[in-house]
Design a protein around this ligand. Structure first.
Ligand SMILES: *Cc1c(COP(=O)(O)O)cnc(C)c1O
Length: 227
């Protein structure tokens, strides 16, 4: 088994090269190491290798794993779909939710955050793949969604997230990333007290270099780091 350290070094190099191609320094790209299916011991190995930011896509798995990786230096993001009845768990476990895909869910996050006296940062997920089975706001619905959500007192909109279509054609992926990047650019000009369009979360193991070339500043990588 190739060590996580070696895999990470290789990934960092690829990120750096892709960032360079997009005219940005690598430090502008945040790497979220997605640990779904990865046991806590290997998360700790990844921490030893220098990773501090991890992502999970299921509440149940996160609930079992995160307490086994107690470390104040480590932060966790929720990258997968969140059901309304799991919001409370999500708020206890994660510092950023990448997957807000309805106004109703945002309202619930806001309400429960207010009860805890906090404001929760979250990304709005956009369905850029055109695949009906994928979660997320439709691209044309994102402006109305932001308009509704930006006044909820317990949630801060910190950016957008999207997934490219499962298409071997790289250009289809690139088109999807371009679309999200354009939405992001428009959304950045919106004003709101808790509106801070900072993160464009796009790119997974199979397509992160293309995503970075198209403007991503947050990539979510699982397989390429953990095998
Ligand atoms: C699993 C997952 C990832 C990471 O995917 P890899 O292909 O393993 O890099 C990224 N984002 C989400 C939402 C995921 O569920």
């Amino acid at each position: 088994m190739v060590e996580i350290k070696e895999r990470l070094a290789r990934v960092q190099l690829l990120i750096e090269e892709a960032a360079k191609r997009s005219g940005r320094p690598a430090k502008e790209i945040t790497l979220v190491a997605v640990t779904k299916g990865v046991p806590p011991e290997r998360v700790l190995e990844a921490k030893e290798a220098g990773l501090r930011l991890f992502g999970e896509n299921r509440i149940q798995e996160a609930k079992e794993k995160i307490p086994k990786v107690v470390d104040p230096a480590v932060e966790w993001h929720l990258v997968g779909h969140l059901q309304s009845n799991k919001v409370s768990d999500a708020l206890s476990l994660f510092s950023l939710i990448h997957s807000v895909d309805s106004v109703r869910l945002a309202e619930r996050i806001s309400r429960e955050s207010e009860q805890r006296g906090r404001v929760t940062p979250a990304l709005l997920e956009v369905n850029i793949s055109g695949e009906p089975q994928k979660y997320g706001f439709l691209p044309e619905a994102i402006y109305t969604a932001i308009d509704a959500i930006k006044d909820f007192p317990g949630i801060r909109i910190s950016g957008l997230m999207g997934m490219a279509p499962n298409d071997p054609d790289k250009e289809k992926k690139r088109e999807a990333f371009k679309k999200l990047r354009n939405l992001f650019s428009v959304c950045r000009s919106f004003k709101g007290e808790r509106l801070e369009m900072k993160y464009l979360s796009m790119g997974m193991s199979g397509d992160f270099e293309t995503a970075i070339e198209e403007g991503s500043n947050m990539v979510r990588l699982g397989r390429i780091l953990f095998g």
